[in-house]
Design a protein around this ligand. Structure first.
Ligand SMILES: [Zn+2]
Length: 198
């Protein structure tokens, strides 16, 4: 299976965006995660403050993207429509998201979209802006972002690595508190967390 799976909610005639993109992990950032995956719309529970945070980011001028690893797809645990049903419920509760990118792969599929690889973020950037980072050097300097305000919010080091690879400002949260934990820092244009991917 190719990937990532992209769910796009942009107008057909949208001009290429030059503003910032907020890349958001899903589980542990917007909704509570589970060691057994979120397997149905009924299992999805927003973390308090997540809707308000996404609304605020939109007001601040960000395009909003979700980038989520969901290897249950390649494990064959779900029907084809399951991910879309879960994301329909998520958007009912949190508002429309500009692009949702889902990596369906397992580690052993060796794709370039499963975080820590930046393939989902690059696919989102291509979709919204028509450009992206073309390569990653984990041992080099953090690359410059396409927009200086680009940011990544996640609960895991793999999220931070993927964001690092596209030069984004990095905001790591506790999975219990999610994005609300760092909203004020984002509003204050904080330069983000120090992070080294290697
Ligand atoms: Zn993948």
């Amino acid at each position: 299976m190719k990937g990532p799976i992209l769910e796009i909610n942009l107008p057909e005639d949208a001009v290429k965006w030059s503003g910032p993109i907020a890349y958001l992990d899903r589980d542990g950032v917007l909704n509570y995660g589970s060691p057994n995956y979120i397997n149905s719309p009924e299992e999805l529970r927003l973390i308090p403050g997540a809707k308000e945070a996404v609304t605020k980011l939109r007001e601040l001028g960000y395009k909003i993207a979700i980038t989520t690893n969901q290897s249950a797809i390649m494990r064959g645990l779900w029907e084809d429509d399951t991910i879309h049903e879960i994301h329909a419920k998520l958007q009912q509760e949190i508002g429309q998201i500009d692009v949702i990118a889902t990596c369906p792969h397992r580690n052993r599929d060796k794709c370039n979209c499963r975080k820590p690889m930046p393939g989902m973020l690059n696919a989102v950037s291509e979709t919204i802006r028509g450009r992206s980072h073309s390569s990653v050097n984990w041992y080099g300097q953090k690359p410059l972002p396409i927009n200086q305000f680009d940011l990544m919010v996640g609960d895991r080091d793999s999220d931070m690595s993927a964001g690092w690879a596209v030069g984004a400002r990095l905001f790591q949260v506790d999975e219990k508190y999610g994005i609300a934990e760092v909203l004020q820092r984002i509003i204050n244009n904080d330069s983000g967390d120090d992070f080294s991917p290697v």
